[in-house]
Design a protein around this ligand. Structure first.
Ligand code: NAD
Length: 336
């Protein structure tokens, strides 16, 4: 039996983990995010189970190790929030859920695109107000548009498949192009070329030192004027200040984001009674051509079931000392 302290727990996390009876591990659920101040909650536990905005830097990992923790079980695929070098140094194993439902995230990216392209968010509000006018609701057709994809891993490929189904021309950049995608009609090219010709650009690469602020003043200038940018990857792939400027100038036509550079302070919380102190998101929230969702692309029943199942499997493997393909270590990334 492994003792695991959960951080950043929401009611739905609890439900999906408590619904499973196929294990004998002991769980303690905390709503707190894991940071240095809350690391003490893991004292005497074998592992911690964390999510995207828990910060596992060297200081936190050292504190966890001092408290006896030997496992970090991520309830997500991305692991940019864990200092893997420090985890190795302190003898902490890091495991993730690499693919709970790439389709869920890809489908959410499509939901953002469709909403922005056909203005259904505005139509919904209008009709509820008995306003049946079509003025200013004109959209655009995706069929035959050029859709650019940065990163064609599991989610990027699921996204390419949907866009091919729409009859779009799909162009992509990935350091490791997929033969299967090529065979299906995805055209691989240099990143700058993808930026230049895409009517819609969707980001599906991980956040690494290489991809930090991939979308910046320079890359925005390279994009087709009036293009749509979709980010369901990680907030820091995009330099928000430069995107706001490009939206103001009309260089960027619209923006759909499920992730935000400073989301740690905002997302997964109900702040409806508070003044939002983050000026950049406050500005984005009022732009008519911007759609923001609060990191919900993963959030389907199917994904949550899979996350709970695979996380439990990871804890079982850790306890049994078994090697697992879900372990992440410095070997996986450059500049670790
Ligand atoms: P994956 O590892 O299967 O694929 C990532 C792809 O990106 C790989 O093909 C890799 O070669 C490519 N890549 C790496 N560096 C690149 C670069 N500099 N330029 C272009 N391509 C590059 O990962 P995945 O499961 O497809 O997930 C992608 C990302 O989506 C995750 O890292 C995570 O940040 C994000 N994500 C978001 C949500 C959400 O709810 N919004 C959920 C899951 C994952």
């Amino acid at each position: 039996m492994a003792k695991i302290a959960f951080f950043s727990t929401q009611s739905y996390d609890r439900t999906f983990f408590e619904n499973r009876t196929d294990h004998n591990h002991q769980f303690d659920f905390h709503e707190n995010r894991l940071k240095i101040k809350s690391a003490g909650l893991a004292k005497g536990f074998d592992g911690v189970c964390v999510f995207v905005n828990d910060r596992l830097n060297e200081e936190v990992l050292e504190a966890l190790a001092d408290n006896g923790v030997r496992l970090v079980a991520l309830r997500c695929a991305g692991f940019n929030n864990v200092n893997l070098k420090a985890a190795e140094k302190f003898g902490i194993k890091v495991m993730r859920v690499p693919a709970y439902s790439p389709q869920a995230v890809a489908e959410h990216a499509v939901a953002l695109i469709m909403t922005l392209a056909r203005k259904t968010h505005k139509a919904y509000n209008r009709v509820r107000d008995s306003n049946f006018s079509l003025e200013r609701l004109i959209g655009f057709t995706i069929h035959k548009k050029t859709v650019g994809v940065i990163g064609t891993g599991q989610i990027g490929q699921a996204f390419c498949n949907i866009m091919l189904g729409f009859g779009a021309r799909v162009v992509a950049y990935d350091k490791y192009p997929s033969q299967e995608m090529k065979d299906k009609g995805v055209e691989y090219m240099e990143q700058d070329e993808v930026l230049k010709i895409s009517d819609i650009l969707s980001l599906h690469c991980p956040l690494t030192p290489d991809t930090h602020h991939l979308i910046n003043e320079d890359s925005l200038k390279k994009m087709k004027q009036g293009a749509m940018l979709i980010n369901t990857g990680r907030g820091k792939l995009v330099n928000t200040a430069t995107v706001i400027q490009a939206l103001k100038e009309g260089q960027l036509g619209s923006l759909g984001i499920d992730v935000y550079e400073e989301e740690e302070k905002l997302f997964f919380r109900d702040l409806s009674d508070f003044v939002i102190r983050d000026d950049q998101i406050a500005q984005l929230m009022i732009f008519p051509n911007v759609l923001i969702t609060a990191h919900q692309a993963f959030f389907t029943k199917e994904s949550m079931e899979e996350i709970a199942k695979i996380t439990l499997q990871n804890i079982d493997d850790f306890e049994a000392g078994k090697e697992s393909k879900n372990e992440v270590s410095c070997k996986l990334i450059k500049d670790c």
